[in-house]
Design a protein around this ligand. Structure first.
Ligand code: SAM
Length: 304
């Protein structure tokens, strides 16, 4: 059974609200997929509505059942947990759709934070939209937004990048584009890879301001801010630990020192000649020495 098309308002109105936790009879008559945000570290960061929803639904889709059991135990929620992760997302999907069509209420959670945010569920939501099945989101914690609000950088505009590429060439390519963005860029990072990413940013723009938001909402929450070179120097003295959101301040044209295009061209030509290297290598050297982005030096060379 597909939800009748052209009834967007009817769908909206039929989504039950978990205000008091005693709407179970009503809920069972309505088929809904609930996207439920859960804590990113501190177990108290969950809404009353989210707890009531998890208590009232038929079953809960989650990434790692052992991980989510801790949350359920803390809030005395006794509901079946069904694994739904990147590797079985597409095979589980049909079953979930048919359960929704039969009138089951299903909650989707991830290991932490907001489902779909660098976590599974995108395809399922897309299918529900195509089939006009009602979905609603119970908002709550999200590491990206928590990091952004604490960074001290502009909150508008911002772009959410998710995890940066692992391969060095792809990492540099993606950072080159990202560093031109005028708003704040938000990336997720692992403690094993953070230094590599910071070194790559430093090679492109050593003076770019960044913030490292580590272990948000947890006991050892820290926010390190400064130029990428300064943060990297500090980071290299510390143990690589914890969950990290990397925030990169937007590109600010005025922040760069101003040099004439003639001067930049001469610097690049001179370095390339005296060191017998390519123009690309000379551009990289000159931009680092003059605290300019490679893009600025490249533009000066190629416009002339
Ligand atoms: N869906 C989650 C959300 O809403 O934030 C993110 C899931 S993603 C698979 C996991 C990544 O989020 C981690 O590798 C880390 O980069 C970031 N993260 C999650 N919890 C965090 C925390 N407490 N402090 C800092 N970063 C966190």
């Amino acid at each position: 059974m597909a939800w009748p098309s052209g009834k967007a308002e009817a769908c909206k109105a039929s989504i039950p609200q978990f205000e008091s936790g005693c709407h179970l009879i009503f809920i069972l008559k309505v088929l809904v997929l609930y996207l439920v945000s859960t804590p990113i570290g501190n177990l108290e960061d969950i809404t009353f509505r989210a707890v009531n929803c998890l208590k009232a639904c038929d079953y809960i889709l989650c990434e790692d059942t052992r991980h989510s059991l801790k949350l359920l135990a803390h809030y005395e929620i006794q509901k079946p947990l069904i694994s739904f992760h990147l590797w079985n997302e597409s095979s589980r999907e049909e079953r979930v759709i048919s359960d929704l069509q039969e009138g089951k209420n299903i909650a989707l959670i991830s290991d932490a934070g907001t489902p779909l945010f660098a976590d599974p569920g995108e395809e399922l939501v897309r299918r529900c939209r195509e089939l006009h099945l009602p979905i609603t989101a119970l908002p709550g914690p999200c590491a990206a937004i928590c990091g952004l609000t604490l960074s001290g950088f502009k909150t508008q505009p911002f772009q959410f990048v998710g995890f940066l590429p692992k391969k060095e060439s792809e990492l540099l390519e993606s950072l080159e584009q990202l560093l031109e963005y005028p708003g704040t860029s938000i990336c997720y990072e692992s403690p094993q890879r953070i230094r590599k990413s910071l070194q790559a940013i430093q090679s492109l723009d050593p003076n770019r301001k960044i913030a490292l938001a580590r272990e948000l909402t947890k006991r050892f929450e820290t926010i390190l801010t400064g130029t990428v070179s300064a943060v990297l120097a500090q980071e290299e003295q510390e143990a690589a630990l914890g969950e990290i959101v990397l925030l990169i301040e937007g590109y600010q044209k005025d922040a760069e020192p101003v040099f004439s295009k003639d001067f930049l061209r001469l610097c690049v030509e001179d370095y390339s000649r005296t060191h017998n290297c390519s123009t690309k290598e000379a551009i990289a050297f000159v931009s680092t020495q003059l605290n300019l982005s490679k893009k600025t030096v490249y533009a000066a060379i190629h416009i002339l």
